[in-house]
Ligand binder design. Sequence first.
Ligand code: AHG
Ligand code: MN
Ligand code: MN
Length: 312
Amino acid sequence: MALTFSAYLFQEREKVSWLNDEAILLLGEIASATKEIAGKVRKAGLLGILGSAGKFNVQGEEVQKLDELANEILIESLKNCGKACQITSEEVEECLVVSESGYAVAFDPLDGSSNIDVNVSIGTIFSVHKDSVMKRGRELLAAGYVIYGPSTMLVVSLGNGVSAFTLDPESGNYLLSHPEVKLPEKGKIYSINEANREKWLSKGLREFIDYLKGEKYTLRYVGSMVADVHRTLFKGGIFIYPADKKNTSGKLRLLYEASPMAFLVEQAGGLASTGEADILDVVPSELHQRVPVILGSKWEVNKCLEFIKGEA
Ligand code: AHG
Ligand code: MN
Ligand code: MN
């Protein structure tokens, strides 16, 4: 049988200095919370938990019932395991400070909410810092996501490469299915919401997208960051959520979307930029701050930056 996530963590302890029993317990709790979320997602239509919860969150977005449920499951798991000193969620305005030191966890409990009711892949994104969430992504201890797709997959990095696990419905274990995820140097897919094209603040970005079309790239855009990044990690290419006239700092949140995904992409051999700096070098100033996201294969990200800087 393939390695379970727990056995993998114990094996990685030899190579990852910060990975002690407490960290292993924390990561195990996050993984088990996502299994509970997966169970709810997979039969949401039978539990009456589709649709809106009838409220708006700090982001000004309408909260879906599954957003709220996933949020409650993760917060309870983290509180019960007692290893998180800070808990930050997309769905909670303030950072929940539990203690002075320990592991600071930031998460998007359910990413891709607009896709919940139409049965399209959604996910959970998480990041783990030491002591405080308000640190650069470069200092992350770990980051990962779970994609609730045709199969439920946990993709994680402890700072020593990227591994992927597939949830085995029979045993209920996350089993190691992709020991080393490496982003192709170059792909053939670009992923961006072109409906916003005329609103993008960068003319160079429009020229870059036109250039890719000339190079016969294909467009794939799910509208769940987890799904678009997962495809990019495995097939290469580029995913972009740029700054536009409506979202002048972009739409995606630094602490629990851009930063963890940038950590994974860099660990898998790709690049992740705001268009001006590496996402991992952005020093957080606000809990729910947003940044533009350009991530994926090195070739495409560098080419995009050339166009944006007018150097192409
Ligand atoms: P969330 O559901 O957690 O609010 O995140 C949705 C995000 C992200 O998943 C996706 O990349 C982006 O919204 C899609 O935005 P558009 O619908 O504006 O393209
Ligand atoms: Mn999200
Ligand atoms: Mn969300």
